[in-house]
Write a protein that binds this ligand. Sequence first.
Ligand SMILES: Cc1cc2nc3c(=O)[nH]c(=O)nc-3n(C[C@H](O)[C@H](O)[C@H](O)COP(=O)(O)OP(=O)(O)OC[C@H]3O[C@@H](n4cnc5c(N)ncnc54)[C@H](O)[C@@H]3O)c2cc1C
Length: 389
Amino acid sequence: MPLIESEEHKALREAVASFARNHPRTTTGTDIRRFWQEAAKLGYIGVNLPEAYGGGGGGITELSLVLEEMGAAGNPLLMMIVSPAICGTVISRFGTEAQKREWLPALADGSRLMAFGITEPDAGSNSHRITTTARRDGGDWLLTGRKVFVSGVDIADATLIVGRTEDARTGKLKPCLFIVPRDTEGFQRRPIDMELTSVEKQFELVLDDVRLPADALVGGGPSHAYGSGGEDAGLLQLFAGLNPERIMTAAFAIGMGRHALARAVEYARERTVWKVPIGAHQAIAHPLAQAHIELETARLMMQKAAHLCDAGDDIGAGEAANMAKYAAGEACVKAVDQAVHTLGGNGLTREYGLASLITAARVSRIAPVSREMILNYVSHQTLGLPKSY
Ligand SMILES: Cc1cc2nc3c(=O)[nH]c(=O)nc-3n(C[C@H](O)[C@H](O)[C@H](O)COP(=O)(O)OP(=O)(O)OC[C@H]3O[C@@H](n4cnc5c(N)ncnc54)[C@H](O)[C@@H]3O)c2cc1C
């Protein structure tokens, strides 16, 4: 893995930065769709998807770079974590030929978006406890359950729902993933009143015997050869989406942290209340320098994780993606906090737009997997320490 970014990646970074900087800030769902489609036209949204299905043929390395630069320009697209990264990866790797043809070109050209729903009210961080259940009814599936905090369901054409179904041989419940179009009967959504300034809304979902055709199951059913799709591959499908999700959340956090830091540095260079700009005081300069170092360090781990993920090393990428998400979330929270502080009273004004990032930055500490669950993972998986739960 080259530690120094290639000329090609530098050029992509600059092009995305200039595009995102010059685009008006997105404030409504319609704005997002427009921004999304323009970004897609330039090849940014589908950069990780296979060329054979209209994508750029790159990987999570390039997609995370795109999201980071959009965030650094103050114009992040949260749904990039979900639509091309999770859903696009799962469908590219495990979808049937028909699912790939139906979804991948549309996800790549921006004409369609897909949300991802796994979190449940009674399961939270413990995804082994999810109870959304799929049962067969003739050739169809009936899906019943509840989800919370699912982002962008209103602007997405479908949601990839993680459920469970009974294994015909063992009777045990195993994960299975379904593509549920937005307007399917019985698929209800209610926006959650979040104290979060974000254009993408979060939803509670209720699925009440939602009838889905057999081909809504990712990979098709019934069971195929192990790993090639169908009911048996749900766990592998789920794992395939997790690393991209964590790496992209790291990119989201690093972008936001860089954006806040840049605003603070700009302000600290100009603002003078004694004889010199406030940035000359080490009490202001050092925490900003520290924030920069922590964001850069987190980016290195993110790049390592993306490289492993693109090389197909899912296990190696798992550890690195968790550590990158942790480091980026922490660096983002600290950078935003210090940025707000640097601006004094102005840090809390709407004009400077930094205070709302205090809440937004916390998202990368909580989702898609909390800081504590990553510390648990590293304690158990990396350090071999015993489990408390
Ligand atoms: C803005 C936003 C967008 C989101 N978008 C999506 C989405 O698109 N799709 C989706 O499916 N989900 C989404 N989520 C949900 C997100 O993934 C969950 O919030 C996250 O997984 C944590 O689950 P929880 O909120 O139920 O917290 P809980 O699991 O209830 O955890 C609460 C606290 O307890 C701690 N904790 C729990 N268990 C342990 C333990 N064993 N050891 C130590 N500490 C522990 C956690 O670290 C946390 O601090 C989103 C959330 C937010 C905030």
